[in-house]
Design a protein around this ligand. Sequence first.
Ligand SMILES: Nc1ncnc2c1ncn2[C@@H]1O[C@H](COP(=O)(O)OP(=O)(O)OP(=O)(O)O)[C@@H](O)[C@H]1O
Ligand SMILES: [Mg+2]
Length: 482
Amino acid sequence: MTGARPSGPLFRRASTVPMFTYSNQQHLSPRAIKAYLDNYVIGQEHAKMVIAVAVYNHYLRAQNLEDRKRRMRKDFDSRLRSDAIIEDIPDESVQPTQPKAFFVAEAEEDDTPVLEKTNVLLLGPTGSGKTLLMQTVAKVLGVPFAMVDCTSLTQAGYIGDDVDICIQRLLASADYDVEKAEFGIVVLDECDKLAKPARVGFSSTKDISGEGVQQALLQMLEGSTVTVTRKSGTAGQTKESYTVNTNNILFVLSGAFVGLENIIEERVSDKHAIGFKAVPGSAAMGKFFMPSNAHVLNYVEVQDLTKYGMIPELVGRIPHISPLLPLSEADMLRIITEPKNSIMKQYEHSFKMFGVELKFTTPALQALAKSALEQGTGARGLKGIMARLLLNVNYELPESSTKYVLVTENVVKTFMNTNESDRARPFYFSRGEQYKFLNELASENQVAQALLVESQTRDRNGESVSGQDEDEPTPQRVGFIE
Ligand SMILES: Nc1ncnc2c1ncn2[C@@H]1O[C@H](COP(=O)(O)OP(=O)(O)OP(=O)(O)O)[C@@H](O)[C@H]1O
Ligand SMILES: [Mg+2]
């Protein structure tokens, strides 16, 4: 993001007013931010709400602090004016003029509460949308925004970036306007990579890229002043220094924390004796049970993160921990088609540019979602599968007479499961075959629709779903008892 003025979609109409004024706040609400995020990020409803509220409250805080500053300035000015009058009319009966600092101190006794910031930690499996969520927030906001990958950070004085890089980037995104940068948002991505070595399995006497960085970040989160130097001039010979106070910068940390589930489970299982019940004789005996709609990450607590290798002082300064949950097959299906910039929309558009209409049948999309899920890399896997699946088509079609391409379930399934010679090829149709193309598309979709209706009717009538033995009891899930 460049430029410090509000420029995101939520601020389009307010682009000429400075940041944090009432007029641009009128367009802003947690609901509006969440609605914008919904266009790009599928599922993860709770995390989207957390971020929407955090960002909104950040605006309010900024507003609150600006108002206080304005009131102080006004108060100071008016006292200064009366001071001047007093000085102009010497009168024995008037009290001697107070030093100016007195007025500042008095103005500071504003009794409106100062809103404190609420830093956020997003955690959840790889490819579940953590980085995407914050990148999308960056697009919508008009505040300076910087995203830093913690993997490259080292303690000051060692090769690598020290934590001041966060402020350097933030300041650059605020066009070197210190006052604006001081109300910016810094995202510390991949922060789990800073976990202490004991946890990540290597040892070193001095942990310059883990704990050392966490300590440095701690100071920044607490509120410190960072001096940033900017080189300017054609040969970079001029150096300008900027001092940024980090007190009001909102920090969002995000990381996958691979293996954290085990730590949570271990902790909760210890409680098991008093709080959890397992179903005797079930395969899951000895493991703890959760309500069926819950996920183990929902039970994360500060102690789990410290056990993982984060220092308690740092985690303690992040009041809001929000887990992103693994994506389901249904989420994956929506991710392929729904986001404004979905992978499907991108391919359809690029094919249209060379005059070809590309369509996937619904079962083909379902097969695609399933395969992506099986890769275990979240939605990140989709891009690769799609690129490989459409490579030949993309290679051949730009100079052919084909006008329509249909990818069916069989094409996806055989592509994923068999070697190249056994793969089904997508269907190609020429200019005059639009009807045939649409008919083929509709017929696979209709068959799928009919199968769906059939299975729903079976479910409603209480008949067994294929492959499931009716006599076998469904594993009972026992709730979380505190
Ligand atoms: N919830 C989602 N909605 C829409 N697209 C998603 C979602 N999650 C992931 N994606 C897609 O997958 C890609 C990778 O996701 P992202 O970079 O946000 O993963 P991450 O959670 O940050 O993972 P990691 O921990 O590995 O960094 C995104 O660019 C996006 O295309
Ligand atoms: Mg990421």
